[in-house]
Ligand binder design. Structure first.
Ligand SMILES: [Zn+2]
Length: 288
């Protein structure tokens, strides 16, 4: 099916209504989880199981689709210890699908997982790394200053910029299509596992968790499909959608996205180095 530019724009708006600033975007999480699994010597018996890992790696951010106060409570439960390990602990030992999904989920956490190196600890061994925040926050700070936008808005642009760069510079990964497939092929055992893990969070319920997961799943499919557009059209679709969401002119939004991509390719702070370093750090952590 051929979509019009306006159609894509509507879809991108839908995505960002559900996927607000996370840390790494879904693409960054996918690459870090798959890379850490490979480093830990985990073999994927099938593409289907790899897709469950990728879905699990992105899915903790389903919490950000909730309204407050559930959003905050579920965000803590899905990202911080000990809640972030719940699906890992509750995955049934004989269910390969649940274990692979939960493995992806654990790679995301804020304690020592991918989000920790996006927010809190700079993953690259530079001279000033001790005084720098995590990679995404560090780049967002620089982008905010250079473009005269808030750090919060800059954070969104950095996330999308990194996913666009991975998709465009590592075409062999087919990152956009892979994210969309991870959504389409998310196994039916995932929602009950998540409901069981988080239904006791204050303000949540089993059905509430399932609804958030459904919204998240839909938005991940659209995000992946947008990323899978031909190079240039993907940048344009994201820039147009983000302009409306963040109250920027289309020109300003496009220049923020271009600047974010440039900032993530500075030799001293290159996104690929940050991702590789994060993979090493996450893989080297003793997993629970
Ligand atoms: Zn997150």
């Amino acid at each position: 099916m051929r979509r019009t530019a306006a159609g894509w724009l509507m879809l991108v708006l839908l995505v960002f209504a559900v996927l607000p600033a996370a840390a790494w975007g879904p693409g960054g999480h996918a690459v870090i989880a798959a890379g850490a699994a490979v480093e830990r010597g985990i073999v994927f018996p099938s593409d289907y199981l790899l897709l469950q890992v990728i879905y699990g790696a992105a899915a903790p951010d389903l919490a950000w689709g909730a309204d407050e106060p559930l959003k905050g409570a579920l965000g803590v439960a899905t990202h911080d210890s000990p809640g972030c390990f719940k699906p890992w602990q509750l995955a049934r030992s004989w269910s390969t699908v649940e274990r692979f999904f939960a493995g992806g989920w654990v790679s995301h956490n804020e304690e020592w997982g991918a989000d920790h190196y996006a927010h809190t600890e700079y993953p690259l061994p530079t001279a000033a790394s001790a005084s720098r925040p995590g990679y995404v926050v560090d780049r967002a700070g620089a982008l905010a200053v250079s473009q005269g936008i808030s750090e919060e808005i800059a954070h969104y642009y950095i996330e999308v910029a990194i996913d666009l760069l991975v998709d465009q510079q590592f075409p062999e990964l087919s990152l956009g299509s892979m994210l969309a497939s991870a959504s389409y092929q998310r196994d039916g055992r995932v929602p009950p596992l998540l409901a069981k893990s988080y239904r006791d969070v204050p303000g949540a319920s089993g059905i509430g968790v399932r609804l958030l997961e459904t919204e998240f799943r839909a938005s991940l499919a659209v995000y992946g499909e947008t990323l899978a557009l031909p190079t240039g059209s993907d940048d344009a679709a994201f820039a147009a959608g983000m302009a409306i969401l963040y109250g920027l002119t289309p020109q300003k939004s496009a220049s923020c996205l271009a600047a974010a991509k440039a900032m993530c390719q500075e030799p001293e702070a290159h996104y690929a180095d940050a991702i590789y370093a994060t993979i090493d750090l996450v893989a080297a952590t003793p997993w629970p």
